[in-house]
Design a protein around this ligand. Structure first.
Ligand code: SF4
Length: 350
């Protein structure tokens, strides 16, 4: 049985044609799915009963079971733990910052990239998520959020550019004018540096925003904390980002997780300015959230100095507070309780 969310409007029209239903039924179904956010075919009161029964016999509408939801008493950040149809578990996070409501969603169960400061990386990769599983996260979170989302970021579990086709198709569904109609520029795909697919995004002229998790200014350090740097060295990554910004005329966001004694020196800040010179970008500096003492956050004065050096060069920099830190929902802290399975190597995925 297929998940109905997997279907694009055109595919839905095609399916309905096959069962002798008029085209306008597709609009009604799409509206029920994305605008009304109905979670049972019984609720589709605009459809005849026979069609509701037909759909219920052919498609899943919801496959998630909510296992746990933890809300931070500090900033209302809410972390959800979902169980998927096959028993796998993933996490998604809703972050409230003033008027901004960000849904941070996952693209894989676990992650194959093993970034040293990241809890998800320790799980290894269990599998890619499907289009429906990515979109269902948003629908389930929307039903529970205090306000509708203003931003969607692929910064939860997994490396989205290693599940490229699925992630793009899910983003297309989320932004489809007849569906959620989410502003495409407010959907951000965050990569740890899959250079090949950054170029692909540029070549395909995709309208989504791009964030790159840089985290080090030398090849040596990058390899130490992000093993993917061996496959896509720093130079190659920055070349791909330059290609992207030139081709799309869009700004990228560089994420830089500051780790005490590893990448937080004044020399690192100067190198960061130098490396990103000439690239239209914004730099997000995030104090590390790892529990591992080897990857501790820097002292406050170090953070302030880092910020000053970058600001002095007129680069746009944001120090991101550690939202959700108290409930282990901050960046790099997602670790759904899955049975650890054998790692699937990046080469296999590609
Ligand atoms: S930081 Fe992102 S890419 Fe790296 S291991 Fe964690 S989830 Fe994967």
């Amino acid at each position: 049985m297929r998940h109905i969310i997997d279907l694009t409007p055109d595919e839905l029209i095609e399916y309905l044609k096959g069962i002798n239903q008029p085209r306008y039924r597709a609009d009604q179904i799409y509206k029920g799915l994305y605008v009304k956010n109905w979670d049972s075919f019984e609720d589709f009161s605009t459809l005849p009963k026979s069609l509701r029964a037909e759909l219920a016999g052919q498609f899943y509408l919801r496959r998630f079971t909510l296992i746990d939801a933890i809300k931070s008493p500090v900033d209302n950040t809410t972390k959800y733990l979902w169980q998927l149809g096959d028993g796998s578990r993933i996490e998604s996070v809703t972050i409230y910052e003033g008027k901004r409501v960000t849904f941070c969603i996952s693209s894989q169960v676990g992650c194959p990239l093993d970034c040293k400061f990241c809890a998800t990386g320790k799980m290894g990769l269990l599998r890619n998520l499907s289009v429906a599983e990515i979109v269902e996260q948003v629908l389930q979170m929307k039903a529970r959020a205090e306000r509708p989302p203003t931003n969607i970021v692929f910064m939860g579990m997994g490396e989205p550019l290693l599940n490229y086709d699925t992630v793009i198709r899910a983003a297309d569904i989320l932004s489809h004018p007849e569906g959620l109609c989410f502003n495409r520029k407010k959907i951000t795909i965050s990569t740890s540096g899959i250079a090949k697919n950054i170029r692909r995004m540029a070549d395909e002229g995709l309208p989504y925003s791009l964030a790159v998790s840089l985290n080090a200014v030398t090849q040596n350090m990058r390899e130490k904390i992000m093993p993917i740097a061996r496959k896509y060295p720093l130079d190659e990554l920055l070349d791909a980002v330059r290609y992207y910004t030139k081709k799309t005329r869009r700004r990228v966001t560089f994420e830089y997780v500051l780790m005490k004694g590893l990448n937080d020196s004044e020399a690192d800040a100067h190198s960061l300015v130098k490396l990103t010179a000439g690239i239209p970008c914004k730099i997000n500096v995030i104090p590390c959230n790892s529990d591992d003492p080897l990857y501790a956050p820097p002292e406050d004065d170090v953070l302030i100095r880092f910020d000053q050096i970058i600001n002095k060069k007129n680069r746009t920099i944001t120090i991101r507070s550690r939202k959700g830190w108290d409930i282990r929902a901050a960046c790099g802290q997602l670790y759904a309780d899955n049975e650890r399975k054998k790692r699937i190597h990046v080469e296999m995925l590609e």
